[in-house]
Ligand binder design. Sequence first.
Ligand SMILES: Cc1cc2nc3c(=O)[nH]c(=O)nc-3n(C[C@H](O)[C@H](O)[C@H](O)COP(=O)(O)OP(=O)(O)OC[C@H]3O[C@@H](n4cnc5c(N)ncnc54)[C@H](O)[C@@H]3O)c2cc1C
Length: 172
Amino acid sequence: MKYDIIVIGSGPGGYVAAIRASQLGKKVAVVEKAEVGGICLNWGCIPTKALLKSAQVYTYINHAENYGIKVEGEVKPDMEAVVARSRGVADTMSKGVQYLFKKNNVDVIAGYGKLTADKQVEVTDAEGNVTIYEADDIILATRRHRLGVRFLLHLNGSESDLGGIPTQCGPE
Ligand SMILES: Cc1cc2nc3c(=O)[nH]c(=O)nc-3n(C[C@H](O)[C@H](O)[C@H](O)COP(=O)(O)OP(=O)(O)OC[C@H]3O[C@@H](n4cnc5c(N)ncnc54)[C@H](O)[C@@H]3O)c2cc1C
């Protein structure tokens, strides 16, 4: 299959480039080996902010009297529900990008993309099938963020499973 542009990676770098290129009249495909939307939507910015929102709500409730509101009974976080909400927000955002790809006629090719020759991308899917695609231009948007700090959420004084969010990121 031949495209004007193939973008490898569907994170914020890749999906914006792909959608814009398609809007400008190019025939575009995105190759993605994991979740559409990349680290930011699935594991980084979005789900972590959803977790932080729960922490904020918890803090507000614990200081409700400062706002003139009385809260009675035990207030405690349900980490399973907190993480489930975070995963739900991430899934919604990823589906939003999938919808934008569809709306803007960007093909999504699921698999691991590799540059093999000039203007060629070899894609290996989850079953190990290999397909060669061609494009006049290829955009590499495969960035893996190096976080450098441990990301931990403390709710109720305890470290908890964050539903897959990386506490450390480094090059693959
Ligand atoms: C915990 C955490 C919290 C963060 N919070 C924030 C925040 O609040 N604000 C902020 O601005 N940034 C934040 N970031 C950083 C942000 O996630 C990154 O800057 C952003 O995701 C980079 O986008 P990108 O498109 O360059 O790469 P990515 O989002 O990493 O996307 C790259 C995509 O390429 C795919 N890919 C890689 N190699 C291949 C291949 N060979 N074939 C096919 N697909 C491939 C990957 O699967 C991935 O989907 C956070 C990161 C983390 C880890």
